[in-house]
Design a protein around this ligand. Structure first.
Ligand code: EZ4
Ligand code: CO
Length: 402
């Protein structure tokens, strides 16, 4: 069996997605997501110029060997461009193998460990009152877990506050738009939001919050402590994690659970966080961290330390990543939660998929493979459009983390 041809499909049904399609000499094909928000065409070039020429003629059944070939064989290891490209190949190969076996991917991975995958939705409001209402709307839609992000008094922009209601999409400008940030204002506000949310909705719904890499370790430690009475499911990306050791300081001061990993590419990025038990949830996902093959290694390492998974699932990850992630989540023994932001109807039409939502859970479906396809005619209607994530500066102009 051989990989006969491959193509990279770029489509923009509201936002850009990069998809790899691998076609075998036996007619079976596989699909992988290669989307890297704001740097999409770098991955397209990486795949078209440097991966596909090597891939043609390889035996698609040798998933592990192909993974090692592109990881070790590149000599230049890791990094989001390389690992997104490897992830796309890996996801497509698992799709092919599961289709050949006639099994939904979760079965090939070892079978279901649970009936459904608990997801959390995003409630965003311009101010406290609107965010409280939005959380209520998610509870009404059946969500068991909700991430709450809100505009902050005195700050023009805050991370997570959408311009539209149902489909938050921050990469919305042909060049990065400028946002202004002030951690002091943010820190005075956030505990009030969660105090109010618990007053209104009680302690049953799981509540989450994303710090989006903006605090120092000490500021994050203080916030974690201040939020303890409201029993968050997690505080995400409390501080940048290039220095994994930074989480030790946060950990020493608070029992608020910590989640990190959406920008990580490999097990090396989270090794110290995991082995020192500095976090509670590891948020690596299929497309960003080298596909199913590598994500499985990360989850297994995390399991040794009672750390659970909580995969990134924002709208910039295509339905292909969502489908693959749901099969992974259905199998992985140390599953925690899955992020889920709905894609637009246009995106769903480009990517017909077997997964479905009911009562706060997502189900991967029973279609052989990962259950997500790409309608090429539909995709062709939406050509690539440059779109960048915003940048952030402090009020005095200093560049900060968006
Ligand atoms: O800002 O995926 O938890 N979710 C997030 C996301 C990220 C985007 C960046 O492309 O932090 O909304
Ligand atoms: Co996040």
């Amino acid at each position: 069996m051989k990989i006969q041809s491959a193509k990279v499909i770029v489509t923009c049904p509201g936002r850009n997605f990069v998809t790899l399609k691998l076609i075998t000499d036996q007619g079976v094909y596989g699909i992988g997501d290669a989307t890297l928000n704001g740097r999409e065409l770098a991955v397209v070039a990486y795949l078209e110029e440097h991966v596909i020429p090597c891939l043609i003629g390889m035996d698609p059944r040798r998933i592990e060997d192909i993974w090692q070939y592109f990881y070790r064989g590149a000599y230049w290891r890791r990094g989001p461009v390389t690992m997104s490209a490897i992830a796309a190949v890996d996801t497509a190969l698992w799709d092919i193998k599961a289709k050949m076996a006639g099994m939904p991917l979760y079965d090939l991975l070892g079978g279901k460990s649970r009936e459904g995958v608990m997801v959390y939705g995003h409630a965003n409001g311009v101010d406290l009152a609107e965010t409280v209402d939005e959380v209520g709307r998610y509870i009404d839609m059946g969500y068991k877990a909700i991430r709450a992000q809100s505009g902050v008094p005195g700050l023009k922009d805050a991370y997570g506050v959408g311009r539209g209601k149902m489909y938050y999409e921050p990469a919305d400008a042909a060049l990065p738009s400028l946002t202004i940030w002030d951690t002091h204002k943010y820190l005075s506000f956030v505990p009030k939001l969660f105090e109010r949310l618990r007053e209104v909705y009680g302690f049953e719904p799981h509540l989450l919050h994303d710090g989006h890499h903006r605090m120092t370790p000490l500021e994050a430690a203080g916030l974690g402590k201040a939020l303890e009475p409201y029993r968050l499911f997690w505080l995400e990306d409390a501080t940048p994690a290039e220095n994994q050791e930074a989480f030790r300081l946060i950990r020493q001061h608070t029992t608020t659970p910590l989640a990190v990993g959406e920008v990580f590419n490999t097990i090396w990025d989270c090794k110290d966080l995991i082995q020192n038990q500095l976090i509670d949830y590891i948020r690596c996902t299929v497309v960003r961290a080298g596909g199913i093959t590598h994500l499985r290694r990360i989850a297994d390492l995390a399991a040794l330390y009672q750390i659970k998974t909580g995969s990134h699932g924002a709208t910039d990850l295509s339905p292909v990543t969502m489908g693959a992630a749901l099969h992974f989540d259905s199998w992985v023994p140390n599953f925690g939660i899955q992020e889920y932001m709905r894609h637009t109807p246009e995106t769903d039409a480009v990517f017909p998929h077997a997964y479905s939502f009911a009562q706060g859970l997502l189900y991967p479906g029973e279609t052989p493979g990962h259950g997500v396809d790409l309608d090429e005619a539909e995709a062709a209607k939406y050509p690539y459009k440059p779109a960048y994530l915003p940048v952030a500066r402090l009020e005095d102009g200093t560049m900060w983390n968006w």
